[in-house]
Design a protein around this ligand. Sequence first.
Ligand code: ZN
Length: 490
Amino acid sequence: MKLDSLLKERFGDTDVGSEIYALAASIYPICRSITGDGVRKTLNHLREHIDLNVNEVRTGTRVFDWRVPREWNIRDAFIKNAAGEKVVDFNVCNLHVLNYSSPIHAKLSLAELKEHIFTLPEQPDLIPYRTSYYADRWGFCMAHDRLVELPEGLYEVFIDADLTDGYLSYGEYLHRGETREEFLLSAHVCHPALANDNCSGLALLTYLAKLLAGRKTHYSYRFLFAPGTIGAITWLARNEHLVGRIKHGLIISCVGDGGGPNYKRSRRGDAVIDRVMTHILQHAGPNSAVCDFVPYGYDERQYCSPGFNLPVGLFQRSRFGTFPEYHTSGDNLDFIKPEHLAESLRVVWAALNIVEGDCRPRGTKPKCEPQLGRRGLYSSLGGDKEAPANNMALLWVLNLADGVHSLLDMAERANLPFQVIADAARRLQEKELLEGLGMEPMQPIASHRRNQLAKAGHALSRAETAVGAKGQSIAKAGSSKRTPLAAAGS
Ligand code: ZN
């Protein structure tokens, strides 16, 4: 299904980029960490859109070489000068507190205080984001410009936080497809007020789940919203029996800025998702780039650890650590834009469309070229800019439709976008020159399953109900014919 028609059907004229932005903005002010109420509050926001399952794992639970840490909750924090004025206030920006800081209430000299202050001397007007998850420490973060202004004197520091035995929370949502084979989509939920890293990823995946709800898909789609590192480790430890189902995976972070797009390959380097993302980014403009796996970054580190070695890559706009706003108060709501979020959604949707729609069709007239002009397939209209690519796509599909080459193989060989090849294949199938495509992927689900999924779709529109009835018959006709790549390939 084309994203544009799906967006129209589901959201009417509302711009999906603005919708994603609004959700990112609503969760931006929440003070998250690896555990605690900030994560729960965030998951509850996402739950207003999708039927998210929130899991709670007890402090101390062993997860491979780690233990689930204590729960961190913070109510207030400030630094007051001798006159009793707040010079740093957690309520103004939650980056001001060293994330996961132990509580403190003390009076200190400026020199003593400075030992607990983090700044960015090279970006003196920005507040850094710092954490101290696995060492007992307290601290504040502030703009360097503000620190140098502080006069000598006695300062009152107060961090009203607690670290107690509790739970680690993560959210999970499963869109069930025709098979149990899964596409994993994961975003970290542990950063406080940082818009690109990773309110953008959380919001984008929530909307993607919303778009899929009520759609018939080949794969099941598992969405994970978990704290970085420890969340992925916890999920893997509790779901080791499921990981064999994961056929493709993407970690999503920093998808709201205008850079890239960038893709980091899985540890395997030649997984289907690596080919798919490389293909999409080749056609995504001059700033797009693909890089090899390195064991540093986001949760692909855990999914691609040697004991799992899953086909999971990382999708970003600007690469983490390369933009000046990264892990600072500069990564705010002005830094992300609806149009970039919408574009990022298009990239991820294109990946889903490829894994869903890829197949190995067969031409019905393999001996010499069939006569295309007679069938009205050759576009000979002068001035049609798309015509040469469309004509080439027809020729490539006819030439490679031998039941061995997949549509992605053809797109790579022809150096044409997958969708151009898929559209050409569909036109050929309509003229009975090709078989084995089946239905277009992402059609609405048949009505008997809709009730179960209606909640997930969050009030599916009346317009969609009409399409759903139509989709039922299309789905039946297509499902027997289609040869999914996963079945044909392995
Ligand atoms: Zn980060």
